[in-house]
Design a protein around this ligand. Structure first.
Ligand code: UD1
Length: 373
């Protein structure tokens, strides 16, 4: 059988990781691949725009799974990806990150004897209340090739007893996308177009269940953002999940468009998000991706979580864990305003070349005899 890789993506943070691997494989020209979109995210601003902006070819296969509870969504992805594999069997499957699509397609593939590679393997928050942590642990347990973005990932996998021969430290593919898009992002001057020309501002995102699913926590955070916005304007790019949660909890007025010094916007295109981030004086976020991106751009990052699976963003990068406690967040915000924030240092292998390293590892993996077949 002619080797053919399925590259599987489904949710917004997957696409920035998929793009450099697609470009790396296309440049090497050694491996045939197909893009499979699960449809976990489906609003155009959560998916289509990324394909256009990042020059990813349109998906070869669309599973159209949509939203649902964790069980329902994961089950639907497993069922539909399994049917696809049975009909048009790939020789290998590559999954990205830690979303439900990642674990679902990994499980469907390995059970049919298709070996799986995991890009962004080994990250651990050690917090099993996070759905992503479950997805990470399970995906790594069944993957055959573990492509790791930062040294903690290698240590975690070693501690879990994973065979060394499966582990490769390749760096962070998402930073390839960032570096490639940065000039265009700066040219877009998104903050200026929002009326913030020449002003210091902060950039905010919030979507983790731990922050947005509990009415008290969400209300506290939204009131705090309004308060902090009065010290320095904040641009809040709001995830649909957060809008739905706020509306359900009668907090919709706090995230309605406009809002003076807390500028509430919908999800942003990648270049606009990057433009806002690159020009920001501070980021407040619970996103893993933004912790990494702000570290590379040397923008102080208040991480609204108690833990992180990306510890290098704290040790070498610009991230500080502040949880959801207003007094900690306020104190960190004031540190930024007073210029008391350490600069980020460069992070090994976050150099814009990770996609090429992943492509090379995939090519050599495909030449190895199949361990699962
Ligand atoms: C998912 C990932 C999370 C990632 C985030 C980035 C899992 C478990 N979580 O969370 O790790 O950080 O993506 O965005 O996979 N919705 C829309 N339109 C869409 C997609 C979602 O309105 O295109 C709304 C729906 O109400 C949906 C909710 O957002 O029920 C949650 O979507 P889901 O894909 O389940 O998880 P995310 O919160 O987006």
């Amino acid at each position: 059988m002619m080797p053919l890789i399925d590259l599987v993506a489904g949710a917004r943070p997957n696409f920035m990781k998929l793009a450099p691997v697609v470009h790396g494989l296309a440049a090497a020209g050694e491996v045939h691949f197909r893009i499979v979109h699960t449809g976990q995210h489906y609003d155009p601003l959560m998916t289509d725009v990324f394909f256009e902006e990042l020059r990813i070819p349109p998906p070869d296969v669309h599973l159209d799974v949509g939203s649902g509870s964790h069980g329902a969504q994961t089950a639907r992805i497993i069922e539909r990806y399994e049917a696809h594999v049975m009909e048009r069997r790939p020789s290998h499957t590559v999954v990205f990150g830690d979303v439900n699509s990642t674990v679902a397609c990994a499980l469907a593939a390995v059970k049919l004897g298709v070996p799986v590679a995991h890009v962004e393997a080994g990250l651990r928050s050690f917090d099993r209340s996070m759905p992503e942590e479950i997805n990470r642990v399970l995906t790594d347990a069944v993957a055959d090739l573990l492509l790791v973005s930062e040294p903690s990932g290698v240590a975690n996998l070693q501690r879990e007893g994973v065979d060394e021969s499966k582990i490769r430290l390749v760096g962070n593919v998402m930073i390839d996308t960032l570096l490639a898009q940065l000039p265009a992002a700066r040219e877009r001057r998104t903050a200026a177009r929002l009326g913030l020309d020449g002003r210091r501002y902060g950039f905010v995102t919030l979507h983790r269940p731990s922050n947005v699913d509990h009415p008290e926590t969400l209300a506290t955070l939204l009131h705090l953002l309004h308060e902090l916005g009065r010290k320095m304007p904040l641009v809040f790019a709001i995830h649909p999940r957060t809008v739905h949660a706020a509306t359900r909890m009668n907090l919709g007025s706090l995230v309605a468009a406009g809002q003076g010094e807390l500028l509430c916007l919908g999800p942003q295109r990648y270049v606009d998000s990057l433009s806002l981030l690159a020009g920001a004086a501070v980021v407040l976020t619970d996103s893993g991706g933004l912790q990494e991106e702000s570290s590379v751009l040397d923008v102080p990052c208040l991480t609204l979580r108690e833990n992180t699976e990306r510890p290098v963003t704290v040790t070498l990068g610009t991230s500080r864990l502040v949880g959801s406690d207003p007094s900690r967040i306020r104190a960190a915000f004031d540190d930024v305003l007073e210029g008391k924030w350490p600069h980020g240092q460069s992070i090994p292998l976050w150099d814009g070349k990770a996609g090429g390293r992943v492509a090379a590892e995939l090519a050599s993996w495909m030449r190895r005899p199949l361990s699962h077949a």
